[in-house]
Design a protein around this ligand. Structure first.
Ligand code: XIL
Length: 345
């Protein structure tokens, strides 16, 4: 690790230590180094931010709408659907030769008021209709979708009790995948979940649910492991999660990576964060071990630290966290250089 003094001296040209020079070499486009799609999430205001546009289009080749393809934006109180915001994200992606990962159709956290008033066949019809209209709009362009998001409880031993399970039973999962497959038979359909590395019990429950759905004929192709993670994650836990998914023959999307510090440090300190680098290395190494046909890609949950949901949204953290590859001034951090190094290796 570089000491602050060495780095400062190198930056001032006083001491031309090779490692200090390497720190300042231009960062190659990360997407050119990755043998799988490399993504970031996006929100529409970022499309008007030249620095964001420059970083995102240089380093990433796929976008996941951070929330603007979710029910909270798409489904209106009267049951109609609005697509202005997801459409503008898709138009941007097309204009820049990027792919879009669809996120997400059915999520316990969003159950649009309109659904609450329905039951029986009317509920099922509205459920299928919602999935098919949203997916159908982008059929042929969006090739990968999170069909069901976060179905397992935090404790990990059961599926969540949510509007969807109350109205349709646990088969709401299988029904969603079947509806999605009808909307676009070529799309890769995923179930997306968090804490799969921290909570092996949760992982087992999720994988059992996937196997059950498959046994019942649901066209489920893979699992998104969100990987919102901290330096405290036990070594080997990320690899174990990725391996478990892979060993079932399912595809794997490492879908929402951020590596939080949860510590109060000076903003933009220049030293690499050893624990962050270790965690990133494990993610990349483990993903390299996945057979190519099972890799859906790797997505960071934002570009700059200032873009991170860890620092914004309804419940900002008391400190400024630094979970992403670029600092809030758009400069590549040691984490970005580590990613380039690991991808090259
Ligand atoms: C988060 C977004 O980052 C926030 O901007 C939004 O307000 C709430 O949702 N798991 C998911 C993502 O699947 O959709 C969540 O995104 C983060 C956790």
């Amino acid at each position: 690790m570089l000491s602050r003094r060495t780095w400062l001296a190198g930056a001032a040209g006083v001491l031309a230590a090779p490692s200090a020079l390497a720190q300042q070499a231009p960062l190659p486009p990360l997407k050119s180094l990755a043998p799988w799609p490399l993504g970031t999430c996006v929100q529409t205001p970022q499309l008007n931010d030249p620095q964001w546009v420059q970083l995102a289009t240089t380093h990433f080749n796929r976008l996941t709408p951070e929330f603007e393809m979710k029910m909270e934006v798409v489904l209106q109180a009267d049951g109609s659907l609005r697509f202005e915001r997801p459409d503008s994200l898709v138009a941007f992606a097309k204009a820049h030769g990027m792919a879009v990962h669809g996120h997400c159709l059915i999520w316990y956290a969003e159950d649009g008021g309109r659904f609450r008033d329905l039951s029986g066949d009317a509920f099922l019809n509205a459920y299928v209709d919602y999935i098919q209209k949203v997916m159908g709009r982008y059929a042929g362009f969006i090739k990968t979708w999170d069909v069901v998001n976060e179905p397992v409880t935090d404790e990990g031993s059961t599926l969540r009790d949510c509007l969807w399970s109350q109205k349709l039973g646990e088969d709401y999962i299988g029904l969603a995948f079947t509806a999605a497959h009808q909307a676009d038979p070529h799309a890769i359909l995923l179930m997306n979940e968090y804490n799969l590395e921290y909570t092996p019990k949760k992982r087992a429950t999720l994988l059992r649910a996937a196997e059950r759905a498959l046994k019942n004929g649901a066209p489920l192709h893979g699992i998104g492991t969100q990987t919102h993670i901290g330096g405290d994650v036990p070594p080997g836990a990320i690899r174990a999660a990725i391996r478990d998914i892979t060993s079932l023959g399912l595809k794997v999307h490492v879908s929402e990576v951020d590596i939080t510090l949860h510590e109060d440090r000076p903003v933009n300190a220049v030293e690499p964060r050893i624990d962050q680098l270790r965690v990133l290395d494990e993610i990349i190494d483990a993903y390299h071990e996945v057979p190519a046909a099972q890799r859906v890609g790797l997505t960071f949950w934002g570009v700059r630290d200032s873009d991170s949901w860890q620092n914004s949204g309804p419940h900002p953290r008391p400190i400024f966290d630094e979970p992403l590859l670029f600092d809030r001034f758009g400069r590549p951090k040691p984490l970005a250089r580590e990613l380039a190094k690991t991808l090259r290796a």
